[in-house]
Design a protein around this ligand. Structure first.
Ligand code: ZN
Length: 150
């Protein structure tokens, strides 16, 4: 199977079977994100134990890229510390960076380089309008986490 086909399968699987779908009772952090260019919506609820995300739930509607990306993000951050999540978010931003559209995208020597399923989204870099779709879940996550800070 060609890599692009594999990536498409991974994205469609997350779109059709979103992980951690729903809402949490009494979340410690929440945020709602909208991508008006595409009509994508994502809501995120989080619970923490110390500095570790112990539970995450996502809800929303929109295009396959936005919903699949949020599903992948929810899997990636569950059980991670806030520092690890910051590294993952940085790795995602690096992967999606327009500046690196012709480059390797991921730097294996830097934290957050191993993104798992999320790497299936790197083909989206070729479609600049879709980068906002892919980034919506991450932006909403960071907004939820920023609400935790005193
Ligand atoms: Zn979209």
């Amino acid at each position: 199977m060609a890599l692009e086909d594999l990536y498409r399968e991974v994205i469609l699987d997350h779109y059709r079977n979103p992980r951690n779908k729903g809402r949490l009772d009494d979340p410690e952090a929440s945020a709602d994100g909208v991508n008006p260019l595409c009509g994508d919506e994502i809501s995120i609820d989080l619970k923490l134990e110390g500095d570790r995300v112990s539970a995450v739930a996502i809800d929303g509607q929109g295009c396959s890229i936005s919903q699949a990306s949020a599903s992948m993000m929810s899997e990636a951050v569950k059980g991670k510390t806030l520092d690890e999540i910051a590294d993952l978010a940085a790795g995602f931003r690096r992967m999606m960076s327009l500046d690196e559209a012709d480059g390797p995208g991921l730097d294996p020597d830097r934290p957050g380089a191993v993104l798992g399923d999320i790497e299936a989204l790197q083909g989206v870099r070729r479609y600049p309008v879709r980068i906002k779709c892919a980034g919506l879940g991450w932006n909403t996550l960071l907004e939820a986490l920023s609400s935790l800070k005193p």
